[in-house]
Design a protein around this ligand. Sequence first.
Ligand code: ADP
Ligand code: MG
Length: 405
Amino acid sequence: MIGVIIGARPALFNAMAAYTFRMHNRARPLIEEFAATFDRRPEIVSIAPGRVNLIGEHTDYNEGLVLPLAIDRYVLVAAAVRQDGVIRARSVDFDQRDEFPAAAVRRFRGSRGWRDYVRGVVWAFLNRFLPVTGADVLVTGDIPIGAGLSSSAALEVAVAGALNRISGAGLAGADLALLCQKAENVFVGVQCGIMDQMVSALGVAGHCLMIDCRDLTHRPVLLPAGFEIIVAESGVERNLADTPYNDRREECAQAARGLGVDSVRDVDETALAEARSDLPDHLFRRARHVVTENRRVRECVVALEDGDVTTAGGLMCGSHQSLRDDFEVSTPELDLLVELACVVDGVAGARLTGAGFGGCTVNLVREGDTAVLEEKVIQPYIARTGLPSVMHVLHASGGLEVTDV
Ligand code: ADP
Ligand code: MG
């Protein structure tokens, strides 16, 4: 069953206010660009956020717990129905176009890119026997691409939100997220879990979202007042990440088989310790990461709900150690970013976020200390590695919003 527990009334009110602000600010230039491209007005605007995962890494495909937040960086889509059954799409940021019949979509011949995400979503509608109308579609956004902030999921969710509205398909919430995940898994060919699409579709302003990736139940958890979420890019691209990521998925499946369970999620720490001699050491450590990470997510939710930022931050640091030593998905660069951050007064916690093997770290930083992070972490990191690190101060946003314009 898919359920959601709504947070306190003032938080909900703030979320509504943020929505209106977001739409007002961003819709107008999009509408103008759409008119310049297609010589007509759009009917709807669909905006979906990127995400950063606070804690709960590599747990999503193990049917475990994650605690991401939707961020105030978005993919924006404007769209209008076409009666001829053709989808014409334009990416503002890549300055490229695409055109294909909505009812017979195939992979784009040529380089893999934004077109395959758009086509993949259309394919996923058809795959579910949902209606998809022809449409003019304009795509733009401000999520750094490939930085680990899941611009791809935001693109899928924004496109799905747009097509869902103009085609009258009637998808909502987790169902829409699942359709987008299928587009990425099967059509684009990236074996991502469900976390990114879920939080992009269902994020709540000012909150992170605890998601149980087994049954997709989810609930907003209020983020602490007086703290910022800062993402620091390591400057190392994850373009070699597919292979080790798929290796870890396979190792987790092997560990589950060795433990005699459907998923590593199904063992507790005691049972795992007792089974240590039954598993090769590396599989034992992969499983230990997943089991302890699920516990850290639960403990982090309790700590955040108690306003205990110190404990929440400590759990983030514990997560990093586990990802480094047991799951072995960190890099010397990510370790350095975390090491530098952890000794800075005002940093409650820091860890690698996303798949690892490059990408970025997430830092929970006292408000007002962001300049300190730049001085004590980013600058020394650049000096020592020569890599182009930048940081992004992010705020927890609401999820997908689709509006008639
Ligand atoms: P990420 O970690 O950001 O999700 P991915 O490699 O999974 O990185 O997805 C990035 C891809 O998503 C880009 O190569 C591009 O095809 C698509 N994408 C992201 N943002 C946009 C955008 N604003 N416009 C068009 N395509 C985008
Ligand atoms: Mg992605």
